[in-house]
Structures are given as C-alpha cells and as structure tokens.
Design a protein around this ligand. Structure first.
Ligand code: ZN
Length: 326
C-alpha cells in the first residue's frame, strides 16, 4: 500500500464515525495529502474503500502521473461532475469540509444534488490525520527548515541602515528560491512543506530594555521547548512560556499563542494556545515562538520548528538564538 493509500484508508475509517457515505474533499492541501496531486484545481470524492480525484483538462497528464487513485477529468464545473458521481452512487449522506468549501460551491452542489441528499459539514477530518507526520514528511520539513536558515544567513549580510523592510523581504525571498524553495510561507515552502523561523536582529547597539526583553523571550522559548514531549497537552507548553514572561513582567506583552503545527500548510493543528487540549504525539511538527512587544521599545519573537519525540523534541532549526547586533 502506498503512503497515500494508507492515508485514504484512515480518512475512510474516520468517515464512518461521522455516519457519512462519502466526503467531498475540497481543501487543496487535503487533496494533496490524500492523493499526491499538486495541481491548483481538484476535488476528491472519498468513501471507505474508494477515492476519485476530479480535476480539469489542464491537469490530464499531471494528475495521471501524481495521483495513485482513480482520476476523472471534468470539462466544466468540478462540483457538477461531483454531483453526477454522487447521484449515480445513490449516496444520501455526503460530508463536506467546513471551512474549506466556498458558499457558492456549497449552493451549486446542493442545487445539483437535489432533494434527498444531505450535505453534512464536518471539521478537521483530514486535518486531524495530518497532525502526526510520516518520516518522509519530516524529511521534507527538515529540508525546508535547512533552506530557510541558509537563506536567512545569506540575506542578513545585505542589511544596511537605509534599507527598506520590503527590500530585505525581497532579498530573503530571492535567497529562499535560490536555495530550493518554491515560495515563502512565513518561513519557506519547499516540496510542498512549510518551515517557520523568527529571529531578531538589532541594527546598532541595543539599549538595556531591549536586552532585557530579548533575554525574557529567549528564556520563555527555552522553557516552552523543554515542556514539549509526547503526552503533554499543547496548552501546557503555552503556559510554560507565559509563566516565564510573567516572572519578567512581560506577560501582557505576549499577545499571541506559543506556536502552531505546520506541514502542507504554514498553520495547521494543533495550535499551542492557552486552552488547547490537544495531546502532543511523537511525529507532530510544531513551532515554538513566544514573543513580547512593547510600544516605544520594540518587539522580540524567537521561533524554531521542532518535531515532537517520546522524550522531548528535536529542534530542526539550526540558526543561533544569540541576539545578533549588526
Ligand atoms: Zn510561526
């Protein structure tokens, strides 16, 4: 069984829990995850034991090369083609991906299917499967992280006092692409997989308040990294970072969550926020990125991409966390 077939099998099993006959997978990262297809237009009709990829004629060759399931090329609307397949199969309970399908697509599908077929929005069916990465996915994330760090090292050499933020962003993106990335994510995106990194550089000598802020965020980041381990709740990692910033008096300046999952998308489940009850599992790829921002002083965020292990985590990001003064 291919890796993709294994994923479809697990998604099919999850479908049974929702008491649905089939699901229309419309989120492109989910389509890619289930079939390997990387095109910009595609739907998967998945039922336990069967999968059909629908795409348009531009992707006739690509879909046959990439996808390892049945493929149908539709001339015209993919939703119209999907409705025909579902009607022929006489499936009445059809799940759709809440948050992935546009309202227009929903209305079109609902109209084409007619009475008797109930569309059931479900949340996170494929996304939940995507949280724990396979070894090939971790390899892809590792490559993406390496490219990200290499591009960063190269780009910071061009920083000059009169440079614009946009100019530096362009330099960084150029370096990412030169090193093998397809595009930037917040870190970069390579072979379909994201990496994310944040570092702070100071142009000229930083003042004592900035140094204090940097030290507090660094301690919070190290505390959060130390809290990561299989079996720990995502919210506990967030609390570990928050506790350190509170001790330094900067808790009010930490206005976002401690991290997020990443993979085929830059932001995936789990979210490492205060209330997240997700239990971390070995193989999850997440970021650890506490920050603090004070008006008139500046902002500091330090972010690494890591993989959860049985005993802790493997930090993939090789870039130093020493405060760089240019
Ligand atoms: Zn991030």
């Amino acid at each position: 069984m291919t890796e993709f077939a294994g994923r479809r099998k697990r998604a099919g099993a999850a479908l049974l829990e929702h008491e649905a006959d089939a699901i229309i997978v419309s989120g492109l990262p989910n389509v890619r995850y289930l079939t390997g297809f990387t095109g910009s237009n595609g739907l998967v009709i998945l039922s336990p034991g069967h999968a059909l990829l629908l795409t348009d004629p531009r992707y006739t060759i690509q879909a046959s090369q990439e996808a390892d399931c049945a493929v149908r090329i539709a001339r015209g609307s993919l939703y119209e083609a999907a409705a025909k397949v579902l009607t022929r199969k006489k499936w009445k309970r059809v799940a759709i991906e809440r948050g992935r399908m546009t309202h227009g697509a929903f209305l079109e599908l609902d109209e084409k299917l007619g009475a008797g077929v109930r569309l059931r929005p479900v949340s996170g069916l494929v996304e939940r499967l995507r949280m724990v990465k396979s070894s090939s996915e971790i390899d892809a994330i590792r490559e993406s992280v390496q490219t990200n760090s290499r591009a960063f090292d190269q780009a910071i050499r061009s920083i000059r006092p009169d440079m614009t933020e946009t100019g530096l962003a362009a330099e960084l993106e150029y370096r990412m692409r030169q090193n093998g990335a397809e595009r930037p994510a917040f870190g970069c995106m390579q072979a379909g997989y994201a990496s994310d990194m944040t570092r702070m550089l100071h142009l000229g000598r930083p003042g004592p308040q900035t140094r204090k802020l940097y030290q507090a965020v660094l301690e919070a980041q190290l505390a959060a990294l130390a809290a990561v381990r299989s079996g720990t709740k995502a919210g506990e990692v967030d609390r570990a970072a928050r506790k350190v910033l509170k001790a330094h008096g900067f808790d009010k300046a930490f206005v976002h969550s401690t991290g997020h999952g990443l993979g085929l998308e830059i932001h995936e489940a789990p979210r490492l926020g205060k209330k997240d009850e997700t239990v971390l599992e070995t193989g999850m790829a997440i970021t650890i990125e506490p920050g603090a921002y004070i008006e008139g002083v500046g902002g500091v965020r330090i972010e690494d991409t890591v993989v959860v292990t049985d005993s802790g985590c493997e930090i993939l990001t090789p870039t130093s966390k020493e405060l760089v003064v240019l």
